[in-house]
Design a protein around this ligand. Structure first.
Ligand code: NAP
Length: 261
C-alpha cells in the first residue's frame, strides 16, 4: 500500500464535501474534488490548495448522477483508496404530490451515484487489500422527514447498501460505513433557512429559531459545521478505524432521539 492515498469525494465544491476534501488534503492525501461545472470544480480545488498549502488536489468535473458521468470519473481516475459518496440533493415536497420521475431522480442522484462508484472502485481496493468506502447519509435515514419522504427513502437506502457492500467485502481489508450527519450549515441549508425563516432575518437568529422550532430534539442546539462532519469521515477512512465496518456513525448532535442509530 503506497503511503499517499487517493481520496475521491463526490460533490465537493461546497458544503460537507468541500470540508471533507479539505480535511484529507491537510492529511497529505491526493484528493479528487468533484462537481458538475468545470470552473466551479477547478475553483474549489484551487481554494483547498491555497488553504492547505497542499498541491495534490485535482478537480474532476463530472455529473455523477448519471452513468456517463460515473464512467468519465473512472476514466479520469481509475483507482482510488478512499471513496466518499457525499453527493446528495434534498428538497421539500408533500409525499402524495411527488411524481414518479422525482422519486427516480432522488434515487439516481443520492443512491445510484454511490453504487456506481463503489462498483467501479471496490474491486481494486479488494485486490490491494485496503480500502474505505464512506456513504454520507443523514438523520433522515432513521427519522423519515414528513416534508421530504423521497429524500429520507434515499438516505435509508444508503445505509442498507453500505451494510450489504461491507458484507460482500468481508475479510478483505476494505471497510464500508455510513456517516449520519444532522442539520449542517452548508450553502444549501443557508438558502433553505432564508426561504423558511425569512430573507431579512440575520443568519444567527434564523439558525436559533430553526433549531428551536424545527429541530427541538437536537442536543447540540445549533447547526453542525461542515468540518465537524468531515472529522468523522476522515476518522472512519483512517487506519485507526480498521475494526469499524458495516456500521453507522452518528454526527447528528444527538438529533435522533434514540440510543440506537
Ligand atoms: N447540510 C445538511 O444539513 C445535511 C444533513 C444531513 C446530511 N447531509 C448530506 O450531506 C451531503 C452533502 O450535503 P451538503 O448540504 O453539503 O450539499 P450542498 O451544500 O448542496 O453541496 C452539494 C455538492 O454536490 C455537488 N453536486 C450536486 N449535484 C451533483 C452531481 N449531479 N454531480 C456531481 N456533483 C454534484 C455540488 O456541486 P456543483 O453545484 O458545483 O455541481 C456541491 O458541491 C448530502 O448527501 C446530504 O444529503 C446534509
Amino acid at each position: 500500500m503506497s503511503s499517499v492515498r487517493t481520496v475521491l469525494v463526490s460533490g465537493s465544491t461546497a458544503g460537507i464535501g468541500f470540508a471533507t476534501a479539505e480535511a484529507f488534503a491537510r492529511d497529505g492525501a491526493r484528493v479528487i474534488v468533484n462537481g458538475r461545472d468545470e470552473e466551479r470544480t477547478a475553483d474549489a480545488a484551487a481554494r483547498i490548495r491555497e488553504a492547505t498549502g497542499h498541491d495534490a488536489v485535482e478537480p474532476v468535473a463530472a455529473d455523477l448522477a448519471t452513468a456517463e458521468g460515473a464512467a468519465a470519473m473512472v476514466a479520469a481516475v481509475p483507482q482510488v483508496d478512499v471513496l466518499v459518496n457525499n453527493l446528495g440533493i434534498f428538497g421539500a415536497q408533500p409525499v402524495f404530490e411527488i411524481p414518479d420521475d422525482e422519486w427516480r431522480r432522488f434515487f439516481e442522484v443520492n443512491v445510484l451515484s454511490g453504487v456506481r462508484l463503489a462498483r467501479a472502485y471496490a474491486p481494486g481496493m479488494r485486490e490491494r487489500g485496503w480500502g474505505r468506502i464512506v456513504f454520507v447519509a443523514s438523520e433522515s435515514a432513521v427519522m423519515p422527514p414528513t416534508e421530504m419522504v423521497h429524500y429520507g427513502m434515499t438516505k435509508t437506502a444508503q445505509v442498507a447498501v453500505s451494510r450489504g457492500m461491507a458484507q460482500e467485502l468481508k475479510g478483505s481489508g476494505v471497510t464500508v460505513n455510513t456517516v449520519m450527519p444532522g442539520s449542517t450549515l452548508t450553502p444549501g441549508v443557508e438558502d433553505f433557512l432564508r426561504e423558511r425563516i425569512g430573507a431579512d432575518v440575520p443568519l444567527e437568529e434564523a439558525e436559533r429559531r430553526f433549531m428551536a422550532e424545527e429541530r427541538p430534539t437536537s442536543l447540540l442546539g445549533r447547526l453542525i459545521r461542515p468540518h465537524e462532519v468531515a472529522s468523522i469521515v476522515r476518522y472512519v477512512a483512517s487506519d485507526e478505524a480498521s475494526a469499524t465496518t458495516g456500521g453507522l456513525l452518528r454526527v447528528d448532535g444527538g438529533l435522533a432521539p434514540s440510543i440506537l442509530p
